[in-house]
Design a protein around this ligand. Sequence first.
Ligand SMILES: [Zn+2]
Length: 344
Amino acid sequence: MKAAVIHEFGPADVLKIEDAAAPRSSAGEVLVRVRAVRVGGLLDVGTRAGRNPFARFSFPHILGADFAGDVVEVGEGVERVKARDRVAVSPFVACGQCPACTSGRDYGCPNAQLIGINRQGSYAELVSVPEKVVRRIPDQVTYEQAAALALSGPVAFTQFSVAGLKPDDWVLVTAAASGLGLVTALVARALGARVIATSRKDWKRKLLAERGFEHVLDTDDEGFAGKVAEITGPTGAAIAVDNIASASMFPKLQASLGRLGVLISSGAQVAEPVPLDMRALYLKSQSVVGIRTHTQAALDGFWRLAEEGVEALVDRTFPLEEVADAHRYVEAEKNFGRVLLTID
Ligand SMILES: [Zn+2]
């Protein structure tokens, strides 16, 4: 089968299109013909460059995490899907046995494996994956859309399930023009929330407004919390989602939260120690929760929600043969929305 293979860490040129041995589906696994794969900054570009500390594998290796395609065959015991089903696959394979998994909070599983990191990935015509991360997709969702949503959609669904989102709640989504942030904002809206989207870049705020977000703010704005209060009124935001962990931004987010407000940390791109106003936390009964990824239940919940229409923004697609160009494009941070590989 055709695959993009790496034999070493390094620049985009280390990605080579080769003929690799095709996998078969073993018990509990699903063999998928890949149609579209997301190219991400951390799991893909960071791993290829040797910057992912969790990437310990032997070469040759096939990258590729979240993707969509068609089921070719299923191994013994697989019941969730059958041959020819159109499916989306999340790369996060929780162990199913640890206390986090057995309590339904598998986003905290310490033994999870990642497709494309701990197992061969989806930059290939065929990949075999565990049944538990495979979900059928609605007919109207394209492979490209499904690949763009396969991980971030269920992550967002998990965030809002844990935070107890209710219709008409005000939800603040930071970095809403990023690939993950935009899906988070769209899922919040699909769940009936009122969304305040933020971006620090003027051109991105303009694009967010064009995507129908009525309230778009700049977190660098000194009067940020005041502007949120003007929008929400005295209730404040019920939930704030932060993927940045910046010492200058975090206090503004907490100040925007109302009583019983929940601040969700789902990423730490800047990863600074942040000041937490303990007095406000205590007096307003607020919480701060870290959520690394998604639950099994959120895979079901998200794809049910997607039947009503959650449209990710796809910036650009590249054929698998141009995988090195796709990596350079993501590395240059030129994209607004998801970048995908497609395999005909
Ligand atoms: Zn586990």
